[in-house]
Design a protein around this ligand. Structure first.
Ligand code: NAP
Length: 254
């Protein structure tokens, strides 16, 4: 039986852990060749080995997407070595929670550099290839999936700059969607609630001690739940665009 993404190529940023790793595995299982983008090469090598062992194809691209040239190089190498680019999952992100008053501004810089600028660099480098894929690719449609968050819909005390970055991702995605959807490049926004990944491990411990209370008693989503949603988005028929998906754990209220 032919898999639904056979003959296509996907690039996933932040593929070394969490949602990105699960998404790369899921897209490879559907038959896509997958370019794995992140900084931790050892993690990417392990993931590529697993994808290969399962019969898939993966390309490891050790990349810091906050460096525009590295983002361009990752996209160019994907096209040069895997032959084309049909699907981009702009997933790399960092969440550094905490009050705005007296915040370490270095944390704000890191969030803006990755969640906003890194995402923009990858989108900018990839969009011409996505337009080409939509014109002559096997499916005659292509996908840019941007991973935002519930934090991109609802601002909360203690996550102001994370909220800013993810609201920005939503605004950018909708504007780009309007620009390219007529040419069959689908731009989608995925907004997860709490997912069990490494994301919170970068939050200062004293901040996380407070923030974690919100989620103490709920069963979180798994990275595979979000990978499943991304797979659903990119395997729709050509005339169906899933513009936005908000996915919370059932027990998450806000
Ligand atoms: N977990 C949640 O509850 C949740 C909820 C809503 C939204 N999200 C969003 O989901 C996305 C993925 O997060 P996650 O939960 O899977 O967290 P994660 O396990 O911490 O994954 C983050 C990924 O981003 C990569 N990354 C960090 N800096 C990078 C850089 N400069 N260049 C390239 N890659 C970089 C990391 O790899 P390296 O360190 O190897 O570079 C890692 O693979 C993020 O955008 C996050 O905001 C997560």
């Amino acid at each position: 039986m032919t898999a639904r993404l056979d003959g296509t190529v996907a690039l996933v940023t932040g593929a070394s852990s969490g949602i990105g790793a699960a998404t790369a595995r899921a897209l490879a299982a559907e038959g896509a060749a997958v370019a794995l983008v992140a900084r931790r090469k050892d993690r990417l090598d392990d993931l590529a080995a697993g994808i290969g062992a399962a019969g898939g194809r993966a390309l490891v691209l050790e990349t810091d997407v906050t460096d525009q040239q590295q983002a361009i190089d990752a996209v160019d190498r994907t096209v040069a070595e895997l032959g084309r680019l049909d699907t981009v999952v702009n997933n790399a992100g960092v969440m550094l929670l905490g009050p705005i008053v007296d915040a370490p501004v270095e944390e704000w810089d890191r969030m803006v550099a990755l969640n906003v600028q890194g995402l923009l660099y990858v989108a900018h480098a990839a969009v011409s290839h996505l337009l080409a894929a939509a014109e002559d690719g096997p499916r005659r449609v292509s996908d840019l999936v941007n991973i935002s968050s519930v934090a991109g819909r609802v601002a909360r005390l203690g996550s102001g700059v994370y909220n800013l970055t993810k609201h920005g991702v939503g605004a950018f995605s909708e504007s780009l969607r309007q620009e390219v959807t007529g040419r069959h490049v689908r731009v989608s926004l995925v907004e997860p609630g709490a997912v069990s990944t490494e994301l919170a491990s970068h939050v200062r411990p004293e901040v996380w001690a407070q923030a974690a209370k919100r989620f103490a008693d709920i069963e979180r989503l798994e990275a595979d739940d979000i990978a499943d949603a991304v797979t659903y988005i990119v395997t729709r028929p050509r005339h169906v665009a899933i513009n936005e998906l908000l996915i919370r754990p059932t027990e998450q209220e806000g």
